[in-house]
Ligand binder design. Structure first.
Ligand code: FNR
Length: 455
């Protein structure tokens, strides 16, 4: 152990231990490797520190403060987990059975790597894509997610406004907690050309389905998206364990959960009761009393749905139709033959059939099988701009996101959704610059390959 007496009167020991300062009769600690310090050195040290010391601006707004510390979708997820009651977070985050499909959806993207090209002048990147025949600023669509208001009191209105500002199509779920008309007004309040699509679950009561489509048409919805992977509800075991219902039932465990998430609870009790806003007063379950999703779906949805019904939809809806939930090449061919305008490869974010294929792995074979006539979207596991670029490289016209924006809504409300859409936009631009693609058309299969796995 080496002791030093410095000219300024401090005693330093350079091995990380304490030493007595005999002049001032105090004990001082010094990290390992530090020796004596004279006046000149001390001056230099202070100058160095002054040049690097930078404190972040103090942010008084708690939402801005949270977002300033956010780097990616995983951070939003962690934040949503802290802010939302456990049952609500699990409803959003969870998936069917062993959640294998949920994990594989994202892992499918990890299995793809880029083949970057350099020296291609990427000084001006253009991310404009085409979706349902119209230009869109990014090859991205917001997927339908039910129950928006359990994450934030504004629910689907917040998502519609954020999508409108970003110029992206937002698909409103049949099971939304804001109505078709409210959402159209919210989107249009921020952007004249806001694009609204309406997702259809096909109920046994076709009169009700037809009514919803009439309302969507009257409210200016551009397209319908028919979800076909939900003949019965997948077994979501997190929800089974908690006895999750909509609205969440108040029992002892919910009271405890609510007490440790006071901001959510306060917002929840202050707002109007949560309902399935599209069917209030229609005679079907609207959430006036707590319902569990499995019984609702199994009782109301039409298990007899078949390809013939797509013709029925074509007879009552003259706009574009997207089929969501295609999970193999043969069904993609049938969908293309049925005359729809777009196919969304999707396993419902792993929430329906566990051990379903991950959509990103289907993009290339389906594109090969159906050609270019029908648009193709990839839905499930998209968490970064680079994921969107991978989907496009393999042949998708656009990627779709569900949880990415739902976590954002739970973490930071409408500003969270703005944040995640900006984050994805920036990620697409950065990836394009780094792989040498100036425009969306430049993103081809030559820029990706399957990652080599060790045998
Ligand atoms: C969904 N999804 C969904 N799909 C649909 O057609 N109608 C719906 O009402 C819902 N509701 C819903 C709620 C929640 C909380 C989630 C997470 C998902 C599925 C959704 O549209 C999309 O297919 C997946 O979310 C895509 O996977 P990622 O992006 O969440 O990984």
């Amino acid at each position: 152990m080496m002791a030093h007496r410095s000219p300024v009167g401090l005693v330093f020991i350079g091995d990380g231990s304490f030493a007595a300062d005999t002049t001032n009769a105090t004990l001082r600690y010094l990290p390992p490797g530090v020796g004596s310090v004279d006046g000149t050195t001390l001056g230099r040290m202070l100058e160095t520190l002054r040049s690097v010391l930078q404190f972040r601006e103090i942010q008084l707004d708690p939402v801005e403060r949270r977002l300033a510390r956010t780097a990616n979708v995983d951070d939003l997820r962690a934040m949503a987990k802290r802010r939302l009651p456990g049952g609500v977070f699990d409803y959003i985050d969870g998936a069917a059975e062993d959640e294998r499909t949920l994990v594989r959806n994202s892992a499918g993207f990890a299995d793809i790597e880029f083949v970057p090209r350099v020296l291609r002048d990427v000084s001006a990147i253009d991310t404009t894509a085409t979706v349902l025949g119209r230009a869109t600023p990014l090859p991205l669509i917001l997927s339908p997610t039910g129950f928006g208001r359990i994450a934030d009191p504004q629910g689907e209105l917040a998502v519609a406004r954020a999508a409108g500002r970003a110029g992206l199509p937002y698909t409103l779920s049949t099971m939304s907690t804001r109505s078709i008309e409210e959402v159209a007004a919210a989107g249009s309040s921020v952007a004249e050309n806001a694009r609204h699509w309406f997702q259809v679950y096909v109920w046994k009561d076709r009169g009700l389905v037809r009514e919803l489509l009439d309302r969507a048409r009257a409210a200016g919805y551009e397209s319908i998206m028919i979800t076909v992977d939900t003949a019965v509800l997948g077994r979501r075991e997190r929800d089974v364990r908690r006895g999750f219902t909509l609205p969440p039932k108040i029992g002892l465990d919910t009271i405890v959960d609510g007490a440790i998430h006071p901001s959510w609870t306060w917002a929840f009790v202050r707002a109007d009761p949560i309902r399935f806003a599209n069917v209030v007063g229609s005679g079907t379950d609207d959430g006036s009393s707590a319902i569990d999703l499995a019984s609702h779906v199994n009782a109301q949805f039409d298990q007899a749905l078949s390809w013939a019904d797509i013709d029925w939809f074509r007879s009552i809806w003259d706009g574009p139709i997207v089929i969501k939930g295609i999970q193999c090449v043969d069904d993609a061919r049938l969908a293309a033959e049925s005359g729809v305008q777009a196919i969304a490869l999707s396993n419902h974010g792993g929430r329906q059939l566990d051990s379903a294929p991950s959509p990103i792995e289907l993009v290339a074979p389906v594109r090969d099988a159906i050609g270019d006539v029908v648009e193709l979207y990839c839905d499930g596991g998209v968490r970064r701009g680079s994921d969107i670029v991978k989907a496009v490289a393999l042949g998708a016209d656009a990627a779709m996101i569900g949880r990415a924006y739902f976590y954002a809504l739970g973490a930071a409300g409408e500003r969270g959704v703005d944040w995640v859409l900006d984050f994805l936009d920036a990620g697409v631009r950065q990836t394009m610059a780094l792989i040498g693609a100036k425009t969306i058309k430049d993103i081809g299969p030559d820029l990706v390959r399957l990652r080599h796995r060790a045998p």
